[in-house]
Design a protein around this ligand. Structure first.
Ligand code: G3P
Length: 275
């Protein structure tokens, strides 16, 4: 469950001078509806639809390997059972995330963050790493993911954007990798959302699409923060968010929203038109 509120965390500076390198459209969990979510197959599927940036969920195995999985448990997306965080990586590496998918995909392994970094750097793709800690290991997960991301991405490449619902995880990531850009994830606009994002030195706020308001987007922008929204699967909603000035839309519908066609449409003012 997302943390609902937390006191502002003092002492975390912003990640430093930062030119926003990310595109408007981001494929959710790779392209996790058309292919098994949070796998390299999903990234490849998103890329085949013209996406150059992917959102994914990263957590830790029992022995501290950072890998991609959304849920605390294995059942929904893999042929494993129980809590993922109670398994060592050598066990998790044997699991199949393909056949559980509604498309009945070919056997597909869970990727490590290291493998995903390699894919992104080789293909020129950008990444939004959602730090998704299991309960009780928020600080450890933030620290490990932050440190590892800092090591995996060279300073010459656009850095991964680290986001989390967990303030503790973001705080640890900021300590481990202060140079990496951070974003606060919100399931709704809590009373102290802006103060919390600023106290964590975030460069962005990512909120559920139903909860952004025009005034809140303007508030974030006035405070120097970029705004993103998840999971935007409707044309009308996308258009409204873009009209308000939201910078990034995370979507499952890579088949509906085609970044290249949409970039062309922006020149004529129609933001959310399918190709
Ligand atoms: O990171 C944005 C979005 O994916 C957050 O929701 O439930 O998919 O992790 P969830």
């Amino acid at each position: 469950m997302p943390e609902t509120s937390a006191p502002a965390t003092p002492g975390i500076p912003p990640s430093g001078p930062f030119t926003w390198p990310y595109p408007r459209w981001i494929a959710h969990r790779g392209a996790g509806k058309l292919a098994p979510e949070n796998t390299l197959a999903a990234f490849q599927c998103g890329a085949s639809h013209g996406y150059s940036m992917f959102e994914c969920d990263v957590r830790l195995s029992r022995d501290g390997v950072a890998f991609l999985l959304h849920d605390d448990t294995l059942e929904r997306t893999t042929n494993g059972r129980g809590l993922a965080g109670e398994r060592d990586w050598h066990e998790l590496a044997q699991l199949d995330a393909g056949r559980r998918h509604r498309t009945g995909a070919a056997p597909t392994p869970l990727p490590t963050l290291e493998a995903v970094a390699r894919y992104c750097l080789e293909s020129g793709s950008l990444l939004n790493i959602e730090i998704k800690p299991a309960p009780g290991v928020e600080a450890r997960t933030g620290a490990v993911v932050g440190r590892l991301a800092s090591q995996l991405w060279p300073r010459t490449a656009p850095p991964p954007l680290l986001t989390s619902f967990s303030i503790e995880a973001l705080h640890s990531a900021a300590e481990a990798a202060p140079e990496l850009p951070r974003g606060l994830l919100l399931d709704r606009l809590h009373p102290d959302w802006l103060e919390t994002a600023l106290a964590l030195g975030c460069v962005a706020v990512t909120c559920h699409h139903a909860h952004w308001r025009k005034t809140a987007v303007a508030q974030a922008r006035s405070a120097g923060l970029r705004t993103l929204s998840y999971t935007v699967n409707s044309m009308a909603r996308a258009q409204r968010l873009l009209d308000w000035g939201v910078d990034g839309l995370i979507t499952d519908r890579v088949d509906l929203f085609r970044p290249q066609a949409l970039a062309a449409d922006h020149t004529t003012g129609s933001a959310a038109k399918a190709s």
